[in-house]
Write a protein that binds this ligand. Sequence first.
Ligand code: C5P
Length: 251
Amino acid sequence: MIGSVATGIPNRGRDRKIDPRRRLIVALDVSTAAAAQKIVAAVGDSALTYKVGMQLYTAEGPQIVRDLIASGRRVFLDLKYHDIPNTVGAAVSEAAKLGVSMLTIHAAGGGKMLQSAVQAAIARPELMVLAVTVLTSLDGNDLEKIGVRGTVEDSVVRLATIALANGCQGVVASAREASTLRAELGEDFAIVTPGVRPAGGSVGDQVRVATPAEAIASGSSYIVVGRPITDAPDPAGEARAILGQISGGFN
Ligand code: C5P
């Protein structure tokens, strides 16, 4: 089963024996492969998984993904696909060939698009297809203006339900949403939480932040941390401190 402890890929996994390094994803939000590789070298063995998003992928293309994987790292390809089912399926198929471990699609693309993505990922069983529900930059007023009724939370739960029913292995959600999703939808899916800030660190431009321990305690399976690690004077030390805080989330 994808996402099970048996495959070594944690989902909710309250099993503390899982190496906390499997739960930490470092966001490579830079514009050049050289800058990305500098961060990866500075983090060293303290993290296994790196998020390549629109900025780095648009600047450097798939070679940076290939290089990271060739050097033994896992890649979370965060391109948030949202298009007709055939196009998204074809893109996921290419991502699977690249060897990425996680990727994102928009749940709002609907059931057929989600199924097409999940089908395309079957060729690579360890690839987790994660659905983005409501972007945290949107509030209730924004949703109303685009014709979506109800609270943001209603939309998040509705979209996550559709994503999981159509075979996605998990969702991207803030720590606050994580606790709601766990309460409403159970344990058997991954929750990837960005906007995490180490205890005692600065919040920067993130609005709703959680510490690593809070995110894990809320039900997150993975946390995404960018600048607190990538801008730190000692990225490896910062990552190690975060790993300790992830373990603390299980206490
Ligand atoms: O540097 P920082 O830790 O804020 O980076 C967070 C990463 O997570 C960025 O790549 C950002 O795009 C992503 N993200 C986020 N908040 C969301 C969704 C994604 O910060 N709600």
